[in-house]
Design a binder for this molecule. Structure first.
Ligand SMILES: Nc1ncnc2c1ncn2[C@@H]1O[C@H](COP(=O)(O)OP(=O)(O)OP(=O)(O)O)[C@@H](O)[C@H]1O
Length: 224
């Protein structure tokens, strides 16, 4: 079976001044089924470095990363935007919406690569926002939305291209308890409906509790 994600013996170190920091140390795992997988571990354990590898924002010193059966080190530079845009969705702690654009326009941005007629772009963005229960806020700017609503818009943006993998970095980090819980219920529903895999770096125990799988990192290594 082709793994959705395959991380094989990945090592990554950084040099800071005279110090050698081992961010990832021979990390290996596979994700075979669409799921929510949490990457958990204390600050500095390598979670963000690992997510960066999945998007090929960064590359291992040694070892390999494959997504959907494709070795990421073999993707040519010129194809990287296409890989990220068509195969991946991103969700960030700070939402990262464009403040001057409406919710609908923010989601439309993710469709820019497709050269769709404007009306079709608008329709798809509106449908994605409906899916996250934001159909009543299409024309609101981010500043006119609550944190939880902004994160829903960000999830619509991440999903509008129907990616096989959504990479999320502390998506509940800026939300209060109840809003975080609602967002996690939404993610669980969307994961199921769309058969998309979510990989979520987190400190949040609620995310670990709802994930089908938790990968623990400590000092750059897989921990039990
Ligand atoms: N560009 C870099 N240059 C030097 N060191 C780095 C760099 N990026 C990460 N590191 C170091 O690598 C280690 C892993 O960092 P990483 O950001 O992956 O941790 P994290 O688990 O995501 O932490 P947090 O939960 O605080 O976001 C840390 O010790 C960090 O200081």
């Amino acid at each position: 079976m082709t793994a959705i994600v395959e991380v094989d013996a990945v090592c990554r170190h950084f040099q800071r001044g005279g110090e050698r920091i081992v961010a990832l140390d021979a990390v290996s795992f596979r994700i075979d089924q669409p799921s929510v997988t949490a990457i958990a571990g204390p600050s500095g354990s390598g979670k963000s470095t690992l997510l960066a590898m999945l998007a090929r924002f960064d590359q291992p010193d040694s070892g390999t990363v494959s997504v959907g059966g494709e070795r990421l080190d073999r993707i040519a530079e010129a194809q990287l935007d296409q890989y990220r845009n068509r195969r991946l969705g991103f969700v960030f702690q700070q939402f990262n919406l464009v403040p001057s654009l409406t919710a609908q326009e923010n989601v439309e941005l993710a469709l820019a690569m497709h050269k769709l007629p404007a009306a079709e772009r608008r329709r798809r963005a509106a449908a994605a926002l409906e899916q996250v229960e934001m159909g009543h806020r299409l024309h609101h700017a981010p500043a006119e939305l609550s944190g939880g609503q902004q994160q829903r818009v960000a999830i619509a943006r991440a999903l509008v291209n129907q990616p096989s993998l959504v990479i999320a970095d502390e998506p509940t980090g800026n939300l209060d308890g109840k809003t975080a819980q609602q967002l996690l219920e939404l993610i669980a529903r969307l994961q199921h409906e769309m058969a998309t895999t979510f990989v979520i770096a987190t400190h949040d125990q609620r995310v670990m509790d709802m994930a089908q799988r938790v990968i623990h990192l400590a000092d750059g290594r897989l921990a039990a």
